[in-house]
Design a binder for this molecule. Structure first.
Ligand code: BDR
Ligand code: CA
Length: 326
Protein backbone atom coordinates (compact mmCIF):
# COMPACT_ATOMS: atom_id res chain seq x y z
CA UNK A 1 0.00 0.00 0.00
CA UNK A 2 1.22 3.51 -0.82
CA UNK A 3 2.40 5.50 2.16
CA UNK A 4 0.25 8.33 3.48
CA UNK A 5 1.97 11.71 2.88
CA UNK A 6 0.97 13.84 5.81
CA UNK A 7 1.15 17.38 7.14
CA UNK A 8 0.37 17.44 10.87
CA UNK A 9 -1.07 20.67 12.26
CA UNK A 10 -0.66 20.69 16.04
CA UNK A 11 -0.80 22.74 19.27
CA UNK A 12 1.31 20.62 21.67
CA UNK A 13 -0.20 19.92 24.09
CA UNK A 14 0.31 16.62 25.93
CA UNK A 15 -1.86 14.53 23.62
CA UNK A 16 -0.52 16.31 20.51
CA UNK A 17 2.98 15.27 21.61
CA UNK A 18 1.81 11.64 21.80
CA UNK A 19 0.23 12.00 18.35
CA UNK A 20 3.52 13.28 16.88
CA UNK A 21 5.31 10.26 18.33
CA UNK A 22 2.75 7.84 16.90
CA UNK A 23 2.86 9.39 13.43
CA UNK A 24 6.65 9.51 13.28
CA UNK A 25 6.87 5.90 14.43
CA UNK A 26 4.31 4.57 11.93
CA UNK A 27 5.86 3.17 8.75
CA UNK A 28 2.61 3.77 6.79
CA UNK A 29 3.08 7.54 7.15
CA UNK A 30 5.56 10.02 5.72
CA UNK A 31 5.37 13.25 7.71
CA UNK A 32 6.13 16.02 5.18
CA UNK A 33 6.19 18.63 7.93
CA UNK A 34 4.67 19.66 11.24
CA UNK A 35 2.85 22.98 11.37
CA UNK A 36 2.08 24.63 14.69
CA UNK A 37 -0.80 26.83 15.84
CA UNK A 38 -1.63 28.55 19.14
CA UNK A 39 -4.04 26.46 21.16
CA UNK A 40 -3.30 24.52 24.32
CA UNK A 41 -0.36 26.88 24.76
CA UNK A 42 0.80 29.94 22.81
CA UNK A 43 2.59 29.50 19.49
CA UNK A 44 6.21 29.95 20.60
CA UNK A 45 6.03 27.39 23.40
CA UNK A 46 3.89 25.04 21.29
CA UNK A 47 6.60 25.12 18.60
CA UNK A 48 9.26 24.21 21.16
CA UNK A 49 7.07 21.36 22.37
CA UNK A 50 6.60 20.06 18.82
CA UNK A 51 10.39 20.04 18.34
CA UNK A 52 10.82 18.20 21.64
CA UNK A 53 8.38 15.49 20.51
CA UNK A 54 10.23 15.20 17.18
CA UNK A 55 13.51 14.81 19.08
CA UNK A 56 11.97 12.10 21.29
CA UNK A 57 10.76 10.19 18.23
CA UNK A 58 14.23 9.99 16.72
CA UNK A 59 12.94 11.25 13.33
CA UNK A 60 15.25 14.28 13.57
CA UNK A 61 14.94 15.24 9.90
CA UNK A 62 11.26 16.23 10.38
CA UNK A 63 10.73 19.95 9.83
CA UNK A 64 8.59 22.18 12.05
CA UNK A 65 6.82 25.37 10.83
CA UNK A 66 5.31 28.16 12.96
CA UNK A 67 1.82 29.32 12.05
CA UNK A 68 -0.92 31.57 13.37
CA UNK A 69 -0.56 33.08 16.83
CA UNK A 70 -4.17 34.12 17.37
CA UNK A 71 -7.64 32.89 16.41
CA UNK A 72 -9.24 34.63 13.41
CA UNK A 73 -11.86 36.64 15.33
CA UNK A 74 -12.29 35.47 18.91
CA UNK A 75 -10.01 36.38 21.79
CA UNK A 76 -7.41 33.64 22.36
CA UNK A 77 -7.92 31.31 25.35
CA UNK A 78 -5.24 28.71 26.07
CA UNK A 79 -5.67 25.36 27.85
CA UNK A 80 -2.77 25.60 30.29
CA UNK A 81 -5.18 24.55 33.06
CA UNK A 82 -5.31 21.15 31.30
CA UNK A 83 -1.79 20.85 29.85
CA UNK A 84 0.33 22.90 32.30
CA UNK A 85 1.89 26.34 31.89
CA UNK A 86 4.50 24.96 29.44
CA UNK A 87 1.86 22.94 27.55
CA UNK A 88 3.50 19.60 28.37
CA UNK A 89 2.83 19.02 32.03
CA UNK A 90 5.18 21.64 33.56
CA UNK A 91 8.36 19.70 32.87
CA UNK A 92 10.21 22.71 31.45
CA UNK A 93 12.51 20.66 29.26
CA UNK A 94 15.65 22.47 28.04
CA UNK A 95 15.19 24.33 24.74
CA UNK A 96 15.56 21.79 21.89
CA UNK A 97 18.80 22.01 19.92
CA UNK A 98 16.93 22.19 16.61
CA UNK A 99 15.10 25.24 15.30
CA UNK A 100 11.91 25.73 13.31
CA UNK A 101 11.86 26.59 9.59
CA UNK A 102 11.64 30.19 8.33
CA UNK A 103 8.69 29.54 6.01
CA UNK A 104 5.29 30.33 7.54
CA UNK A 105 3.13 27.26 8.28
CA UNK A 106 0.28 28.52 6.04
CA UNK A 107 2.66 28.95 3.07
CA UNK A 108 4.22 25.56 3.73
CA UNK A 109 0.78 23.90 3.67
CA UNK A 110 -0.22 25.69 0.44
CA UNK A 111 3.09 25.10 -1.36
CA UNK A 112 3.15 21.41 -0.44
CA UNK A 113 -0.44 20.81 -1.58
CA UNK A 114 0.06 22.91 -4.75
CA UNK A 115 3.13 20.91 -5.75
CA UNK A 116 1.49 17.53 -4.97
CA UNK A 117 -2.21 17.81 -5.94
CA UNK A 118 -4.33 14.96 -4.58
CA UNK A 119 -1.35 13.47 -2.75
CA UNK A 120 -1.17 15.18 0.64
CA UNK A 121 -3.35 14.43 3.66
CA UNK A 122 -3.86 17.07 6.37
CA UNK A 123 -4.21 16.00 9.97
CA UNK A 124 -5.40 18.87 12.20
CA UNK A 125 -5.09 18.34 15.95
CA UNK A 126 -5.52 21.89 17.24
CA UNK A 127 -7.68 24.95 16.59
CA UNK A 128 -8.22 25.26 12.82
CA UNK A 129 -6.66 28.71 12.40
CA UNK A 130 -3.78 27.63 10.11
CA UNK A 131 -6.12 25.54 7.96
CA UNK A 132 -8.68 28.36 7.65
CA UNK A 133 -5.96 30.92 6.86
CA UNK A 134 -4.74 28.63 4.06
CA UNK A 135 -8.30 28.26 2.73
CA UNK A 136 -8.80 32.02 2.80
CA UNK A 137 -5.54 32.53 0.91
CA UNK A 138 -6.11 29.90 -1.80
CA UNK A 139 -9.20 27.71 -1.54
CA UNK A 140 -8.64 26.06 -4.95
CA UNK A 141 -5.29 24.70 -3.80
CA UNK A 142 -6.75 23.54 -0.50
CA UNK A 143 -9.46 21.61 -2.38
CA UNK A 144 -6.59 19.54 -3.80
CA UNK A 145 -5.72 17.92 -0.48
CA UNK A 146 -6.13 14.17 -0.58
CA UNK A 147 -8.23 14.29 2.60
CA UNK A 148 -8.45 16.14 5.89
CA UNK A 149 -8.75 14.32 9.20
CA UNK A 150 -9.19 16.32 12.37
CA UNK A 151 -9.56 15.89 16.10
CA UNK A 152 -12.30 18.23 17.18
CA UNK A 153 -15.98 18.74 17.82
CA UNK A 154 -18.61 16.41 19.15
CA UNK A 155 -21.86 15.07 17.75
CA UNK A 156 -23.70 13.56 20.73
CA UNK A 157 -21.19 13.59 23.59
CA UNK A 158 -21.08 16.49 26.05
CA UNK A 159 -18.54 19.24 25.23
CA UNK A 160 -15.38 19.87 27.22
CA UNK A 161 -15.46 23.70 27.12
CA UNK A 162 -19.21 24.14 27.47
CA UNK A 163 -22.20 21.82 27.49
CA UNK A 164 -21.92 21.57 23.71
CA UNK A 165 -18.47 22.71 22.54
CA UNK A 166 -15.15 20.89 22.22
CA UNK A 167 -11.91 22.89 22.77
CA UNK A 168 -10.41 22.97 19.23
CA UNK A 169 -13.65 24.26 17.68
CA UNK A 170 -14.46 26.52 20.65
CA UNK A 171 -11.10 28.35 20.55
CA UNK A 172 -11.51 29.35 16.91
CA UNK A 173 -15.11 28.65 15.82
CA UNK A 174 -14.80 30.96 12.81
CA UNK A 175 -11.88 28.91 11.50
CA UNK A 176 -13.84 25.68 11.96
CA UNK A 177 -16.80 27.17 10.10
CA UNK A 178 -14.54 28.21 7.18
CA UNK A 179 -13.27 24.64 6.88
CA UNK A 180 -16.70 23.00 7.00
CA UNK A 181 -18.03 25.38 4.33
CA UNK A 182 -15.00 25.02 2.06
CA UNK A 183 -15.99 21.95 0.07
CA UNK A 184 -13.11 19.94 1.55
CA UNK A 185 -14.37 16.61 2.88
CA UNK A 186 -13.52 16.20 6.54
CA UNK A 187 -13.20 13.14 8.75
CA UNK A 188 -14.15 14.32 12.23
CA UNK A 189 -12.61 12.46 15.18
CA UNK A 190 -14.48 14.11 18.03
CA UNK A 191 -15.23 13.55 21.70
CA UNK A 192 -17.81 10.88 20.79
CA UNK A 193 -14.89 8.52 20.23
CA UNK A 194 -11.89 10.12 21.95
CA UNK A 195 -13.56 9.96 25.38
CA UNK A 196 -13.12 6.17 25.12
CA UNK A 197 -9.34 6.46 24.73
CA UNK A 198 -8.31 6.50 28.37
CA UNK A 199 -4.66 5.94 29.18
CA UNK A 200 -5.51 4.15 32.43
CA UNK A 201 -3.21 4.03 35.48
CA UNK A 202 -2.44 0.41 34.49
CA UNK A 203 -1.39 1.26 30.96
CA UNK A 204 0.60 4.26 32.18
CA UNK A 205 2.37 2.07 34.70
CA UNK A 206 3.16 -0.41 31.92
CA UNK A 207 4.88 2.44 30.04
CA UNK A 208 6.71 3.35 33.26
CA UNK A 209 7.99 -0.22 33.59
CA UNK A 210 9.63 -0.04 30.15
CA UNK A 211 12.00 2.44 31.83
CA UNK A 212 13.70 4.02 28.84
CA UNK A 213 14.04 7.62 27.67
CA UNK A 214 10.81 7.60 25.67
CA UNK A 215 8.79 5.93 28.41
CA UNK A 216 10.06 8.39 31.02
CA UNK A 217 9.14 11.32 28.76
CA UNK A 218 5.58 9.98 28.30
CA UNK A 219 5.18 9.15 31.97
CA UNK A 220 6.38 12.63 32.98
CA UNK A 221 4.32 14.69 30.53
CA UNK A 222 1.10 12.82 31.35
CA UNK A 223 1.25 13.31 35.16
CA UNK A 224 -0.26 16.82 35.01
CA UNK A 225 -2.96 15.54 32.62
CA UNK A 226 -3.79 12.70 35.03
CA UNK A 227 -4.13 15.14 37.93
CA UNK A 228 -6.33 17.40 35.83
CA UNK A 229 -8.65 14.51 34.88
CA UNK A 230 -9.00 13.46 38.50
CA UNK A 231 -9.76 16.97 39.74
CA UNK A 232 -12.05 17.82 36.85
CA UNK A 233 -14.11 14.68 36.32
CA UNK A 234 -12.92 11.94 38.67
CA UNK A 235 -11.41 9.98 35.77
CA UNK A 236 -8.42 7.85 36.76
CA UNK A 237 -5.80 8.22 34.05
CA UNK A 238 -6.16 10.61 31.13
CA UNK A 239 -8.04 10.83 27.86
CA UNK A 240 -5.54 11.03 24.99
CA UNK A 241 -7.57 12.51 22.14
CA UNK A 242 -5.11 13.41 19.41
CA UNK A 243 -3.26 10.12 18.80
CA UNK A 244 -6.61 8.51 17.99
CA UNK A 245 -6.83 10.62 14.82
CA UNK A 246 -3.38 9.36 13.76
CA UNK A 247 -4.41 5.79 14.49
CA UNK A 248 -7.59 6.11 12.42
CA UNK A 249 -5.50 7.37 9.53
CA UNK A 250 -3.21 4.36 9.83
CA UNK A 251 -6.09 1.93 10.26
CA UNK A 252 -9.53 3.35 9.31
CA UNK A 253 -11.25 0.14 10.48
CA UNK A 254 -10.61 1.21 14.11
CA UNK A 255 -13.59 3.57 13.92
CA UNK A 256 -17.12 3.53 12.60
CA UNK A 257 -18.19 6.69 10.80
CA UNK A 258 -21.49 8.21 9.71
CA UNK A 259 -21.94 10.70 6.88
CA UNK A 260 -23.22 14.04 8.11
CA UNK A 261 -23.46 17.72 7.39
CA UNK A 262 -21.57 19.69 10.01
CA UNK A 263 -22.09 23.40 10.75
CA UNK A 264 -20.31 25.38 13.44
CA UNK A 265 -21.97 27.85 15.81
CA UNK A 266 -19.69 30.92 15.88
CA UNK A 267 -21.40 33.12 18.47
CA UNK A 268 -23.48 33.08 21.63
CA UNK A 269 -23.91 30.55 24.38
CA UNK A 270 -23.30 27.60 22.02
CA UNK A 271 -20.20 29.06 20.30
CA UNK A 272 -17.95 26.30 19.02
CA UNK A 273 -20.72 23.72 18.89
CA UNK A 274 -20.62 21.35 15.94
CA UNK A 275 -24.18 20.88 14.68
CA UNK A 276 -24.02 17.38 13.27
CA UNK A 277 -26.90 16.57 10.93
CA UNK A 278 -26.66 12.87 10.09
CA UNK A 279 -27.53 12.15 6.48
CA UNK A 280 -27.89 15.88 5.71
CA UNK A 281 -31.57 16.10 6.64
CA UNK A 282 -31.42 19.94 6.60
CA UNK A 283 -29.36 20.05 3.41
CA UNK A 284 -31.25 17.76 1.03
CA UNK A 285 -28.85 14.89 1.61
CA UNK A 286 -25.72 17.00 1.08
CA UNK A 287 -23.00 15.99 3.52
CA UNK A 288 -19.54 17.44 4.19
CA UNK A 289 -18.07 15.10 6.79
CA UNK A 290 -17.56 11.59 8.00
CA UNK A 291 -18.12 11.68 11.74
CA UNK A 292 -16.56 8.96 13.91
CA UNK A 293 -19.18 7.54 16.26
CA UNK A 294 -17.58 4.38 17.63
CA UNK A 295 -14.08 3.08 18.14
CA UNK A 296 -12.27 -0.07 19.18
CA UNK A 297 -10.24 1.25 22.15
CA UNK A 298 -8.32 -1.96 22.65
CA UNK A 299 -7.18 -2.02 19.01
CA UNK A 300 -6.12 1.60 19.40
CA UNK A 301 -3.87 0.79 22.37
CA UNK A 302 -2.42 -2.23 20.56
CA UNK A 303 -1.40 0.08 17.73
CA UNK A 304 -0.28 3.01 19.91
CA UNK A 305 1.80 1.05 22.42
CA UNK A 306 3.01 -1.40 19.79
CA UNK A 307 4.38 1.37 17.57
CA UNK A 308 6.01 3.29 20.42
CA UNK A 309 7.51 0.27 22.16
CA UNK A 310 7.81 -2.55 19.56
CA UNK A 311 10.49 -4.26 21.65
CA UNK A 312 7.84 -4.89 24.37
CA UNK A 313 5.15 -6.40 22.11
CA UNK A 314 4.63 -9.48 24.29
CA UNK A 315 4.17 -7.55 27.54
CA UNK A 316 1.83 -5.10 25.83
CA UNK A 317 -0.34 -7.97 24.63
CA UNK A 318 -0.38 -9.57 28.10
CA UNK A 319 -1.40 -6.37 29.86
CA UNK A 320 -4.03 -5.45 27.26
CA UNK A 321 -5.52 -8.90 27.71
CA UNK A 322 -6.06 -8.10 31.40
CA UNK A 323 -7.32 -4.56 30.82
CA UNK A 324 -11.05 -3.96 30.92
CA UNK A 325 -12.30 -1.92 27.94
CA UNK A 326 -15.74 -0.29 27.95
C1 BDR B 1 -8.48 18.74 22.12
O1 BDR B 1 -8.18 19.93 22.83
C2 BDR B 1 -6.86 19.93 23.26
O2 BDR B 1 -6.76 20.26 24.61
C3 BDR B 1 -6.27 18.57 22.97
O3 BDR B 1 -4.93 18.69 22.55
C4 BDR B 1 -7.16 18.02 21.89
O4 BDR B 1 -6.67 18.35 20.59
C5 BDR B 1 -9.49 17.94 22.92
O5 BDR B 1 -10.66 18.67 23.11
CA1 CA C 1 -4.45 19.26 20.27
Amino acid sequence: MAKERLIMDVDPGIDDSLAILLALKSPEIIVEGITVVSGNVELHQATKNAMKAVDMSGAWETKVYKGMALPLVKEYIDATDTHGTDGIGENYFPVPSRTHEEEHAVDFILNTVRNNPGEVTLLALGPLTNIAAAIEKDVETMRKVKKLVLMGGTARHQGNCSAVAEYNFWVDPHAAEILFSSGIEVTMVGLDVTHKIVLTPNLRELINQFNNELSRYIFNITQFYVDFHWQQERTLGCVINDPLAVAILVNPSLAQTRDAHVDIVTEGKAEGQSLVDFGGVWTDGKTNAKVCMDVDARKFFELFLGRLFPEHADDIELVLEKQCFK
